[in-house]
Ligand binder design. Structure first.
Ligand code: ADP
Ligand code: NI
Length: 212
């Protein structure tokens, strides 16, 4: 199989796994991450094949969508070897998708340019209008409420089933702009970040009837 055929097959595989995923990881998320990663790869002169393949497969192994993290990673590694992807590329892609998640900001920095790019692309899709839409979709999927003022602004340790959609902005979304790797991604994040700040401002205005 040449690289073009592998990419086409990866697209089919991901669609089959995630096409209608209701938790914010549906095919169109993957499609946007891939497009962003390709744009970043062109700017950074990175390996396009690795960036595209890792983007396409990055959420197939997501822990939340598989029995275990290991089972998800195993599924992707098997797919790559069945499609005769060379050993080095398999290892690069597997390293990217197994280490790129946010994990409360505790994961060590990505150590390859391609990893930095795919991580930036995934993070950019968690920002802005689309990031807001995905957050509320994820919250609905998890059964979370929209907002709980006393809890969201307290320093109480949260149980994960007590989190709200609004809390997620403070726990992760507003932190992301300072945790991007590439200059171009940091630039793209500026407007998306500002839009989320505006959204929150309007949200609290309505919540407190300050607009009434
Ligand atoms: P990805 O790795 O594709 O960014 P995640 O699995 O971290 O995806 O999350 C999927 C989407 O749901 C993202 O937009 C993310 O910001 C949002 N999300 C993740 N955790 C929560 C949460 N606890 N509450 C609300 N939204 C969340
Ligand atoms: Ni993703």
């Amino acid at each position: 199989m040449d690289t073009r055929e592998i990419i086409a097959a990866a697209e089919q595989f991901t669609k089959q796994e995630l096409e209608f995923d209701p938790s914010g990881h549906d095919w169109w998320h993957v499609h946007r991450v891939r497009k962003l990663a390709l744009e970043l790869a062109a700017v950074e002169k990175a390996d396009v094949f690795v960036c595209e393949l890792a983007s396409l497969l990055h959420d197939v192994a997501d822990e939340k969508l598989n029995e275990t993290k290991e089972a998800g990673l195993h599924k992707v590694r098997n797919w790559l070897t069945e499609h005769q992807v060379d050993h080095e590329t398999v290892n690069e892609v597997m390293t990217i998708i197994s280490t790129m998640s946010y994990n409360g900001g505790h994961n060590p920095p990505m150590d390859t340019l391609e990893g930095k790019i795919v991580q930036d692309a995934d993070r950019l899709d968690a920002l802005g209008a689309i990031g807001i839409a995905r957050t509320f979709q994820y919250s609905g999927w998890k059964g979370q409420t929209i907002h709980h003022p006393e809890r969201d602004f307290s320093n109480l340790a949260y149980r994960s089933d007590e989190k709200t959609a609004i809390y997620h902005f403070y726990e992760k979304l507003l932190e992301l702009k300072d945790r991007l790797n590439t200059t171009h991604a940091k630039h793209l994040a500026i407007d998306r970040h500002e839009f989320m700040e505006q959204f929150l401002e309007q949200f609290y205005k309505e919540w407190d009837l300050k607009d009434a």
